[in-house]
Design a protein around this ligand. Structure first.
Ligand SMILES: [Zn+2]
Ligand SMILES: [Zn+2]
Length: 343
């Protein structure tokens, strides 16, 4: 079968590899669509310390069940499914207190083990979620980025009437925007440096957008009469912006952080303590797939609006090259693996 394999940093190709078979407790999925994520790009560049090469990446995908291993009873052959990439041990401290997405022995499908950029992939049965009737396989491949949004918003504990500021109008910023609207957050500002992305944010319902080159601190003061903004989500993931977020946040504000960057930030303790700010990290998702699927099926999220490119599997190396050199040209790139993209 064909697989997109990363052999070493910046050494990748569509390769011929042996097809997996459904192992005990696992489900063999025939992949239909898979999305390329910024974190796939980090793996391809060798910037993810958890990855051992060679690796078949891809953690945003959907397909149909081809076979089930021994003991699997939650899913039938032929079912249309999407896959939560978080595989946890169930025994460690975070698992015991209901936080399996930060399991001490975390295995992420497409990072620590092979993922969805292949024609067939084996995944634990517990990670498979049925697509509701009427929800397509393309949308199914996009559940994972919304699970990131659902997770960070839950970590930020929004209250009725809270304003939200989102840094970054890339795909994750846009999923946070859509999910926040679905949760009933009404006043949402989005900041980015790329005008096209800001236009997309406005199309998808942002109340207003600010260009990062503006004096956003002054704009925030003016907007709130000096009160500050209670909810700030960081989907720009630029460590140097954290001090600004602390200044923009209102007292008792909550800041959700998603960056995976080892560079230190200049965090001013005084800002945190005098305002009693809450800074929360958010990693992957803590069992958010059912909630995302429910909201998608109800038409409260618009996943296909995120898709800028639909490409055939053989065109994937070219897509990686495009994302490397012209990231501003793309939102979500969806790869048709066992399904026709019409491309
Ligand atoms: Zn991702
Ligand atoms: Zn664990």
């Amino acid at each position: 079968m064909k697989a997109f394999q990363v052999n070493a940093p910046l050494d990748y190709a569509i390769a011929e590899v042996e097809a997996p078979r459904a192992a005990s407790g696992e489900v063999l999925v025939k992949v239909a669509f898979a999305g390329i994520c910024g974190s796939d790009m980090h793996i391809i560049h060798g910037d993810n310390a958890f990855v051992r090469f060679p690796r078949i990446t891809g953690h945003e995908f959907a397909g149909t069940v081809e076979a089930v291993g021994e003991g699997v009873e939650n899913v039938d052959i032929g079912a249309r499914v999407c896959i939560d990439p978080v595989v946890s041990c169930g025994r460690c401290y975070p698992c015991r207190i209901g936080r399996p997405n930060v399991c001490s022995a975390l295995q992420v499908i497409g990072v620590h083990r092979d993922g969805g950029f292949e024609e067939w992939v084996n995944v634990p049965a517990a990670n498979v979620h049925l697509l509701p009737e009427g929800l397509g396989l393309e949308a199914g491949a996009l559940v994972e980025p919304y699970s990131i949004a659902a997770n960070v918003l839950e970590r930020m504990q929004p209250l009725r009437g809270d304003r939200l500021l989102i840094y970054g109008a890339g795909v994750i910023g846009l999923t946070i925007l859509q999910m926040a609207r679905a949760l009933g957050i009404e006043d949402i500002t989005v900041i980015d440096l790329i005008e096209e992305r800001l236009a997309t944010a406005r199309e998808l319902g942002a109340t207003r957008t600010w260009h990062g080159k503006e004096d956003v601190e002054a704009a925030a003061r003016e907007l709130t009469g000096g009160e500050g903004i209670p909810l700030i989500a960081d989907a720009a993931c630029v460590p140097a912006l954290l001090p600004q977020m602390l200044r923009i946040a209102s007292p008792a504000g909550r800041i959700g952080l998603l960056g995976f960057n080892p560079t230190p930030s200049d965090l001013v303790q005084l800002e945190v303590i005098k305002k009693e700010l809450t800074l929360v990290g958010s990693r992957l998702n803590n069992r958010k797939f059912p909630e995302v699927l429910e909201r998608m099926a109800a038409g409260r999220l618009d996943p296909l609006a995120l898709v800028s490119h639909r490409l055939a599997f053989d065109d994937m190396p070219g897509a990686i090259d495009m994302l490397d050199h012209h990231p501003e040209r793309a939102r979500k790139v969806l790869i048709g693996i066992g399904a026709d993209t019409g491309a």
